[in-house]
Design a protein around this ligand. Structure first.
Ligand code: ZN
Length: 109
């Protein structure tokens, strides 16, 4: 039995990911870059997968190339840059760096 690459639940004998995460992966692939993050979350919830598992899916980093959330955010940003005619690409690493630098800003009060 293998564990799911995303959520860590049991995936099955030959499967790399579990049934739930496969659904989430398909949804994310079909909407990635097309809709905003909150709308994408709505679409993921429509699969009926438990929200706690959706969060685990988004935080997962199955191949070390950046978390699902950061990759989706990079896709959305790149789509937006393309629409605006800006020839720049954001990688999941960029997203993670920006997010972490944002978290580090000290509170003024
Ligand atoms: Zn899973």
């Amino acid at each position: 039995m293998a564990d799911c690459a995303y959520c860590g639940d049991r995936a099955g004998i030959w499967a790399r990911i579990c049934k739930d995460c496969r659904q989430l992966e398909e949804k994310a692939a079909s909407y990635g870059g097309q809709v905003g993050f909150s709308e994408l979350l709505d679409r993921l919830e429509e699969t009926g997968v438990h929200p706690e598992k959706i969060i685990r899916f988004l935080k997962a980093n199955p191949d070390g190339g950046g978390s699902v959330r950061d990759r989706l955010t990079a896709d959305m940003t790149n789509e937006l840059l393309k629409v605006m005619g800006i020839n720049e690409r954001q990688t999941p690493d960029d997203v993670e760096r920006i997010r972490k630098s944002g978290e580090k800003i000290p509170k003024s009060d």
